[in-house]
Ligand binder design. Sequence first.
Ligand SMILES: [Zn+2]
Length: 269
Amino acid sequence: MGSGRGSGKDAVRRPRFLGALERHPLLWGTLIGVTLVAALGCGAYLWPVPQSGRDRLATPSPPSQTLPAREPVSPAPVEGMPGSGVVAQGMVIDPDSAATSDVPVKATVTYEVASRGSVHANMEAFARQVARFLEDPRGWRSVGIEFVPVDSGGSITVWLTEDSQVPSFSSICSVGLSCSIGPDIIINEVRWVEGAPAGVMDRVPVVDYRKMVVNHEVGHWLGHHLHSSCPGPGQVAPLMMQQSKGLDGCLFNPYPLPSELSAPDLLGR
Ligand SMILES: [Zn+2]
């Protein structure tokens, strides 16, 4: 296993629901009961009982940590052919936006960047692009969730993983797709390099596809345990829809919708 790691500040603050789970261990049982093993598409998501991963979570969260819903950004659909990779306005060709958010920080999530297997992509470039996605003011940052890269001890780890090694995280993860297993955000290198599976969204730029995957998988960890469906032809796809499996007539979307940003389960609210 090789590794490439980001660097940064050492601020660590956990999502409040994790603290609640420690104070009330029976909640784990509830979580286990509702563990969701979604059919592929992101490709898969599983929230297991944290064991060693739990050790990565350090200081407890402050007593109040509410995340106000942000003002809707409502990306306006553009004309096109729904389901063939049409994207919503303002989302096309957005390489490495350096824009930063001025929304006050409500919660800080630390993360590590690492690789598994024989990865050929440039890890520094990977870490840099992941950071840009997580800092993007149109993403989770828009509700005050700040992501800070750390060398070790991060709450989550974003892995760039050799295609054949993705199932090594869990049997529910598949070759050919990305995956999310508890604090492990597993980005499939083939998808990172090539973009969406052939025929799914061929008109979507790779950088936008990468952004969608990172935001989607991180969205699972933030509390979105369920996948969404396309609300109707021509509508903007929810971020938590399995867009890698097909758009079902929706417009490709790499950002959380206002409803996903204000979801009551976000960060365990
Ligand atoms: Zn998913």
